[in-house]
Design a protein around this ligand. Sequence first.
Ligand code: THU
Length: 130
Amino acid sequence: MSDRELLEGAEKAYLNAYAPYSHFRVGAALLCESGEVYTDCNVENSSYGVSCCAERTALYKAVSEGERKFTAIAIACDGDEYPYPCGICRQALSEFGTDLRVIVGSGGEMKTFTLEELLPSGFSLMSGEQ
Ligand code: THU
């Protein structure tokens, strides 16, 4: 699966976003070592703090299906800016390793980072096996 294909999955996913408050639709596509791809979107709530970002809904979907090893995540939105993952999502993803490649797309362009670059010296209680 190419980065471009993964990003296309994220672009499709944001079409299902439930974002009646921010009107900011985000989609994420998470590629697992197994080869499976889990896509998801942001889901907002009247009680704003209950809302969940696209990256975490995709991550939790994958983890709840038994996935633990992730290769890359692509993120897309319907805005003009690159949709960098928020701090909470960076921390959530880092639980499963910081080698993860993070692809952000906007207007047909892509930028790629490692999670380590986006969350240097992140917090972890995990010292060994995951
Ligand atoms: N959002 C994401 O889905 N991912 C991020 O990394 C940042 C923000 C969503 C949450 C909320 O539904 C909307 O974007 C505006 O903050």
